[in-house]
Design a protein around this ligand. Structure first.
Ligand code: SF4
Length: 342
């Protein structure tokens, strides 16, 4: 059994973040529990971008926030640069939080309307870089504005005076202000005009090259995730359905859910778009309060069998660095005869 061999395969010296079997559950009323993240394993190399995709409510945002300890994990371990940060508290937690930052989805809601842009960007420095003088902070704000493509004069403006794209550039500058190593980009472009999205993604990629940053890029936009990510994880109802190198995942998706998501990506070429085979996903995502037994995807899967209702599939490495949670395949990644599609 090659279950979760990514543990052995990854070059551990290069790893910046390792999440082992993490769960994040929320209480819903007196008796019910939402398993927003349910036994997820993630290993990330320094300098890479891992895309996390899935429909709304699949747990990708909760997963990102748990990895950076905005939420405490219900169980499981999170290691950052080899150190267990799952239960850090007080000063130690604060010191970890300097190394991990977040860029939020809605750049307007995440910027305080009463503060100038300069104050917003320097706020984190007041907490994490206390030894900097006022002059040094001011110089750093100017440097950060330039890095994200904004003029120095923006330091004295307010968020409402800026366009959506400019506000997201401020959000990026704010995240960079405390010299982080790891950034969770939580749907950073979904609130922006399509014409601006590529600019912001290209800026993120440029900054990553210049500063050696590691990104967890959360999005439901599969084509943008493909553009920016080295590897991609596909989540469904709190579990990882598939995780692979970006090219392999988009070129040869194995999990029926991934296959359906990828088949729905619009093609730039009109002829290809018109002739493309689409796999229609039947039904809605089930309620996380009452997920299906066995494989959580089985109520929408065209290959589902009796076994799928009884046994949750484990995430196994079925091709090199390609992990899939599905009973369709044997341990060598070959389709099992009795489970082939009709
Ligand atoms: Fe479909 Fe079964 Fe695979 Fe789940 S385990 S994706 S239901 S074939």
């Amino acid at each position: 059994m090659q279950e979760m061999k990514q543990t052995q395969n990854a070059d551990q010296a290069d790893e910046i973040l390792v999440a082992e079997d993490i769960c994040k559950y929320f209480k819903a009323g007196k008796k019910q529990t939402v398993k927003a993240v349910d036994h997820v394993n993630i290993r990330m190399k320094r300098g890479e971008t891992l895309g996390l995709v899935g429909e709304s409510g699949c747990g990708k945002t909760t997963c990102g926030r748990t990895l950076m300890r905005l939420y405490d994990p219900t169980s499981g371990k999170i290691y950052f640069e080899g150190r267990d940060i799952s239960k850090l508290k007080g000063k130690e937690l604060l010191s970890f939080k300097k190394d991990v930052q977040i860029i939020f989805q809605d750049p307007y809601a995440s910027l305080d309307p009463r503060m100038t842009i300069g104050e917003i960007i320097s706020e984190g420095m007041d907490v994490h870089l206390k030894n900097l003088s006022a002059k040094e902070k001011e110089a750093r704000v100017m440097e950060l504005l330039a890095k994200v493509g904004l003029n120095a004069e923006y330091a004295n403006r307010f968020a409402h005076e800026l366009s959506g794209g400019q506000r997201q550039r401020v959000g990026i500058a704010r995240a960079l202000a405390v010299e982080p190593k790891f950034i969770v980009c939580d749907e950073p472009i979904s609130a922006l005009d399509v014409s601006i999205q590529a600019q912001v993604v290209n800026l993120l990629m440029k900054l990553q090259r210049e500063m050696g940053l590691t990104y967890l890029f959360i999005s439901h936009d599969l084509s943008m995730v493909k553009h920016i990510s080295d590897r991609v994880g596909v989540m469904y109802l709190g579990s990882m359905a598939e995780l692979a190198d970006s090219e392999d995942l988009y070129g040869k998706p194995m999990h029926p859910y991934t296959q359906a998501l990828i088949s729905a990506i619009p093609e730039a070429d009109a002829d290809t778009e018109n002739t493309k085979d689409r796999i229609k996903l039947e039904g809605e995502v089930p309620s996380p309060l009452n997920p299906p037994s066995g494989c959580k995807f089985r109520t929408r899967c065209r290959f589902a069998t009796e076994r799928c209702a009884q046994e949750a599939p484990k995430l196994r490495e079925l091709r090199p660095n390609h992990f899939v949670a599905c009973h369709l395949y044997d341990d060598n990644g070959k389709l099992q005869g009795e489970l082939k599609a009709e």
